[in-house]
Design a protein around this ligand. Structure first.
Ligand SMILES: O=C(O)CCC(=O)C(=O)O
Ligand SMILES: [Fe+2]
Length: 359
């Protein structure tokens, strides 16, 4: 994730979980969570005609519909940077099982969850992301963040083992399913840009996939807190599944926050900064955030998709011409991640990460 705020991805100061706060007969939301949620942009009315584009994977794969669907994909990436994917090959049972395990995990006692708590110097595990100073505003979200693929990068000490039962198996299947979907959709996005999909298939076949499970408990003052503040993801693409039908994800579109309405078996795909660079800015990584509600827990599962370490992050040569000069620098994926962490260590200079990549 990247954001306009300062976030140290490698270490986070422990703070009470939201569920813990709520269990302490909370009378008022603590000051550290309160902020002016509507300070930047208005939220589009629920009945507005703004709806996320819906893409059909089976049509992208079918020679009869391929071209039309590819054009739709191009428009979705260009004008929204985010879309719902349906007709994909991920079996409902794999997703539903992961949803159940996620809910079960967050419903364990605080003590049990803490077995998997983040450790200093590592963002993996259960906790809250990006707490780097005592006076930082906090987000209304509990999470567990795990590197899932390649399998050798897994730190199993953070993976729930006995409770919830079969959590590890569910996440193993889910992450492989998401990887397969990501490799395929990234290939189609490359085609929509007129690029050679093969290069992308290879880079993402050997890529890394990190999964963040979010729990947004109900809040007595939902209009004054934020679940996750506005940011653009530093991934190439991000795949999100909602564990129910409660809207929470909002995307910034034409100066308004637009709610993403969950659709059954849909996977929300958003463009990340890597794809913005590769496309030379034709596709933009959209700003998005998570709102919370006052009634029910909302759970989401987010898979961040990255290429293998040698992949060159740079505007694709086919998209560069005398009329369209390169807008972004070139760096390997390893350098890109390093640069992201370095900037954060230097503290917030108010410049969004994407701007630091511009020529
Ligand atoms: O849970 C959501 O709706 C958004 C999550 C998100 O943007 C993230 O984890 O990067
Ligand atoms: Fe995000």
């Amino acid at each position: 994730m990247s954001t306009t705020a300062t976030r140290n991805l490698r270490s986070s100061i422990p703070v009470p979980s939201i569920k813990e706060l709520l269990s302490q007969t909370l009378l008022a939301v603590p000051e550290r969570y309160l902020r002016d949620v509507h300070a930047d942009y208005p939220t589009a009315a629920g009945d507005s005609s703004l709806h996320l584009p819906v893409l059909h994977m089976a049509k992208l794969l079918d020679p009869r519909f391929h071209q039309i669907e590819l054009q739709k994909l191009h428009n979705a990436c260009k004008y929204w940077g985010i879309f719902q994917l349906i007709g994909h090959e991920v079996c409902d049972e794999s997703v539903e099982s992961m949803h159940r395990k996620t809910e079960e995990f967050f419903n364990l006692s605080t003590e049990e969850k803490k077995t998997y708590a983040q450790k200093p110097g590592s963002l993996e595990g259960y906790g809250q992301a990006f707490v780097i100073s005592e006076d930082q505003k906090l987000e209304w979200c509990d999470m567990i963040f795990l590197k899932a693929i390649p399998v050798q990068t897994r730190k199993l000490e953070f993976w729930p083992e006995h409770q919830p039962r079969h959590f590890r198996e569910a996440l193993d299947t889910y992450s492989h399913d998401m990887k397969k979907t990501a490799v395929s959709i990234i290939g189609f996005i490359a085609m929509a840009l007129g690029l050679d999909a093969k290069i992308f298939f290879e880079a993402f076949e050997g890529g890394s996939y990190e999964v963040r499970m979010n729990c947004y408990p109900p809040c007595p003052e939902p209009e004054r807190v934020i679940g996750i503040s506005s940011h653009a993801d530093i991934s190439c693409v991000t795949l999100l599944t909602d564990c129910g039908d409660i809207p929470g994800l909002q995307v910034l579109k034409d100066g308004q926050w637009v709610f993403v309405e969950p659709i059954t078996n849909g996977i929300v795909v958003n463009i990340g900064i890597i794809m913005e660079v590769v496309s030379n800015g034709i596709y933009k990584a959209p700003y998005h955030r998570a709102a919370v509600n006052s009634k029910k827990d909302r759970f989401s599962i987010v898979t961040f998709c990255y290429p293998d370490g040698n992949f060159e992050i740079k505007p694709a040569e086919q998209l560069i011409s005398s009329d369209s000069i390169a807008q972004y620098k070139s760096l390997t994926y390893d350098e890109y991640k390093q640069s992201f962490y370095e900037r954060i260590k230097l503290s917030n200079d108010g410049v969004p990460f994407i701007d630091s990549l511009k020529i």
